[in-house]
Ligand binder design. Structure first.
Ligand SMILES: Cc1cc2nc3c(=O)[nH]c(=O)nc-3n(C[C@H](O)[C@H](O)[C@H](O)COP(=O)(O)O)c2cc1C
Length: 177
């Protein structure tokens, strides 16, 4: 099984990336292949231009790493979306990439990808869980993802606050996907 992992925090060794590394460990320990991208790297991807060029030409007009990532996703069996919480939502880095899915919506939907969502948050907020769960669910339904789990790591404003329980959960998600 091939898994594309999309990290999206500007903190290279931050909370969402550390938990995602644990997910990757679980996946590799159980024999899966992992292809990892860091969307927070400078200039990796540009925003969707909503130009609809892709509607007539089948691919995005922009020539950047976004297209390479899309190609990888279309060759994969599973996807892991990882992000810090920013204002009760996902990071703009991840959102930019999800918007770029637009050029390959139907091809992605046909794949029935397995999907895992990892999100860290500074606070503990029940409303946040509701919003995040709903957002992930809607994206998953729209793109025919098989929802294989969501990890919301609350009260994790810095790496030293990540509990063993969260690390374990991330590892299990990788192992069981
Ligand atoms: C711009 C910004 C917005 C944030 N908004 C929220 C928020 O709405 N809720 C929350 O619980 N934490 C919020 N945080 C805190 C981060 O989610 C938290 O520090 C997280 O651990 C950062 O993840 P990272 O280390 O992977 O970058 C925000 C942080 C930043 C920088």
């Amino acid at each position: 099984m091939k898994i594309v992992v999309l990290k999206s925090s500007p903190h290279f060794k931050g909370t969402s990336n550390c938990l995602t590394d644990e997910f990757i460990k679980g996946a590799k320990d159980s024999g899966k292949e992992v292809i990892e991208y860091d969307l927070a790297e400078e200039g990796v991807i540009h925003s969707c231009l909503a130009c609809d060029y892709c509607r007539t030409n089948g691919q995005c007009i922009q020539n950047d790493k976004g297209n390479e990532i899309l190609k990888s996703i279309l060759e994969a069996d599973a996807i892991c979306l990882a992000t810090p919480t920013y204002y009760f939502g996902i990071s703009s880095q991840l959102k930019k990439m999800i918007d770029r899915f637009y050029s390959k919506n139907s091809a992605i939907a046909k794949k029935n990808l397995k999907a895992v969502f990892i999100i860290s948050a500074g606070n503990d907020n029940l409303q946040l869980l509701e919003v995040i769960q709903k957002h992930f669910e809607l994206i998953a339904n729209y793109l025919n993802f098989k929802n294989c789990g969501l990890l919301l790591a609350s009260n994790c404003g810095s790496v030293n606050l990540i509990t063993n329980e969260y690390y374990q959960k991330a590892y299990e998600l990788g192992k069981n996907i």
